[in-house]
Design a protein around this ligand. Structure first.
Ligand code: AGP
Length: 599
């Protein structure tokens, strides 16, 4: 989704803004722009369609001077990607500039109203109304004008505003869209996410919904919509700069795949004391007394929930319901006060998951956020929060966020099963080093991808947790390689999907449930008989499938219900190499954004 940045300090703003926008590229964008103000000078805007290199070139040809500015990467929603639709947008006189992330739902009626007041629009965007409204309400007080504007907006927004009358002032406001303030010595910054701030500061402040902040180079003052000053603590972010850099890897995705052993280790071992799992007391209390657990999330986070359903029901014998957040929020949820829901979200900013959180809270459900981002909306609004220790995940395709979500869910399952110590925990403690063993064999997957990356169709199949992780494997492959990939519960094959299988199909059979090996072997035979190529993924001690599958990839042996944390690494690597071999950029897949902050 769009990214916004802002800087106010002593240095020239444009290099800081351009660098910060580069750090937000991963969110997905189709155009970029900056606006800068300088004492006694006209506001200057540079914006252009396409990659940020176009903007760099434009700014180098037409430099802008000023120590206060805002910037934007746009991901088109209203109006095609074009120079004129790019942000920043300005008012008619060109002295107020605005960048916006989100959607203004009532933009059409506001536009009509403004046009009646003789405003001539330049773009097709919903965001341009904001610049004209700020101008309409502006009477020498920029903060008041933004406050009055916001009262008229429906929808979601993170907005930053500058005005040439106040070159030492930057005003921001948010509702249902992320915005972080970075506090540094003698300068301050804002951004849609933490990574652009890390090379300046690790001290940040978060705005609540419908709060505004007035930034000068030395101060940040937060207000509510009534204009009352709000106190806000400064939060320290432990992520280091390297965590948000590629560090020699060709892509963030590959780096993040290889960070999984450490991320899994940190996520698990921070919760073990004297050989026993120690979970936050309130989370434990809520979970051990719960009779019915609901889990929700979107995309990969939903798949983590799917795995957890099998695992928790198997070990803890508690019924678990999993639903996609965009469905759950609109159906009739049969929840009651005292039920517990785990809301999974790497970013903590996904619009549908936030909507579920608010709905469930209103029904009296105890909400537990499982997220990677300290201070994110979900972490602040949920009753309880459990953090993954994955570090920043930059690549659009989620990898280490998923495996660390799974690790947290396994911890939860063992606590609910009252197995905080013992053989299962010992197996779980081996997973980080087993992930490393698997990564040490990555060239085998790379070679397999080199032989198979051009298949027309790739189907993943499995049973139980293998089915759940098949869903994730198919998503990963389609996201970055644009291959038509699907996943099936292997037992469903005969009920329809097998009609699609032919010589152009690769079938990846996830086979880590020993009690179901014979069934999977039959499924492999069935697809082979229709001409498909079959890859089986199983444990290193297992000799089954040698005779049936074309190739067998073996992962370290673990408790069968723990295998998703390992099998998924194989499909992540396979998806990554297919993407690269097809000439795609796996970090910036077409049409996708890292953080889906609008519906
Ligand atoms: C993962 O590869 C996807 N890019 C996507 O499905 C993602 O998991 C989903 O949008 C949810 O994001 P969240 O975890 O930040 O809520």
């Amino acid at each position: 989704m769009c990214g916004i940045v802002g800087y106010i300090g002593r240095d020239q703003a444009s290099p800081v803004l351009l660098e910060a926008l580069r750090k937000l590229e991963y969110r997905g964008y189709d155009s970029g722009g900056i606006a800068v103000v300088e004492e006694n000078e006209k506001l200057q805007v540079r914006k252009i369609k396409g990659r940020l290199s176009n903007l760099d070139l434009l700014v180098s040809q037409q430099p802008v001077q000023g120590t206060c500015g805002i910037g934007h990467t746009r991901w088109a929603t209203h109006g095609e990607p074009s120079d004129v639709n790019s942000h920043p947008h300005t008012d008619v006189s060109g002295k107020i500039a605005v960048v916006h992330n989100g959607i203004i739902e009532n933009h059409a009626s506001l536009r009509e109203w403004l046009e009646k007041h003789h405003v001539v629009f330049r773009s097709q965007t919903d965001s341009e109304v904001i610049a004209h409204l700020v101008d309409f309400h502006y009477n020498g007080d920029l903060l008041l004008a933004v406050r009055e504007t916001v009262k008229r907006l429906d929808g979601s927004y993170a907005i930053a505003v500058i005005c040439e009358d106040f070159p030492g002032m930057l005003v921001v406001v948010r509702k249902d869209s992320p915005l972080v303030i970075g506090r540094a010595d003698s300068y301050n910054l804002i951004a849609s996410d933490v990574p652009p701030l890390l090379c300046h500061t690790r001290e940040v402040q978060y705005l609540n919904d419908l709060e505004l902040a007035l930034l000068t180079k030395d101060e940040v003052t937060i207000y509510n919509l009534e204009g009352e000053v709000q106190q806000r603590e400064i939060v320290h972010i432990d992520w280091d700069i390297e965590a948000a850099e590629k560090c020699g890897y060709e892509h963030f995705m590959l780096k993040e795949i290889f960070e999984q052993p450490k991320a899994l280790h940190d996520t698990l071992f921070s919760r073990i004391k004297d050989g026993k799992i120690v979970l936050n007391a309130k989370i434990k209390e809520a979970l051990v007394h719960c009779n019915h657990l609901l889990i929700t999330g979107c995309g990969t986070a939903y798949h983590a929930g799917m795995v957890a359903k099998y695992v928790i029901e198997h070990f803890a014998m508690v019924s678990v319901e999993v639903d996609i957040a965009s469905e759950l929020r609109y159906r009739t949820p049969l929840c009651k006060a005292g039920d517990v829901c785990i809301l999974i979200s790497q970013s903590g900013e996904t619009a549908d998951t936030i909507a579920c959180l608010r709905l469930l809270k209103s029904l009296g459900v105890v909400t537990i956020a499982l997220t990677n981002v300290v201070g994110s909306t979900i972490s602040r609004e949920a009753d309880l929060v459990m953090y993954t220790q994955a570090g920043p995940e930059i690549a659009v395709a989620s990898t280490k966020a998923l495996t660390t979500q799974l690790m947290c869910l396994y911890v939860i399952a063992l606590v609910m099963a009252k197995k905080e110590t013992g053989a299962l925990l010992e197996q779980l403690m081996l997973i980080p080093s087993q992930a490393q063993l698997l990564l040490d064999k990555q060239e085998d997957i790379q070679r397999f991808a080199a032989r198979q990356f051009n298949k027309d169709k790739v189907f993943f199949m499995g049973r139980l947790t293998d089915y759940a992780i098949s869903l994730e494997s198919a998503l990963k492959l389609k996201e970055i390689s644009y291959t038509h990939s699907e996943s099936f519960a292997a037992g469903e094959l005969k009920h329809g999907p097998i009609a699609l299988v032919d010589e152009s199909t690769l079938v990846v059979a996830m086979c880590t449930q020993p009690l179901l090996f014979a069934k999977m072997d039959s499924n492999i035979k069935e697809v082979k008989a229709r001409g498909a190529t079959a890859l089986a993924i199983t444990f290193d001690m297992v000799q089954d499938f040698n005779a049936t599958a074309d190739e067998v990839f073996r992962i370290p042996t673990t408790e069968p219900y723990f295998s998703p944390m390992l099998t998924v690494i194989v499909s992540q690597l396979y998806a990554y190499y297919c993407s690269v071999l097809k000439g795609n950029d796996p970090d910036k897949p077409r049409n996708l954004a890292k953080s889906v902050t609008v519906e």
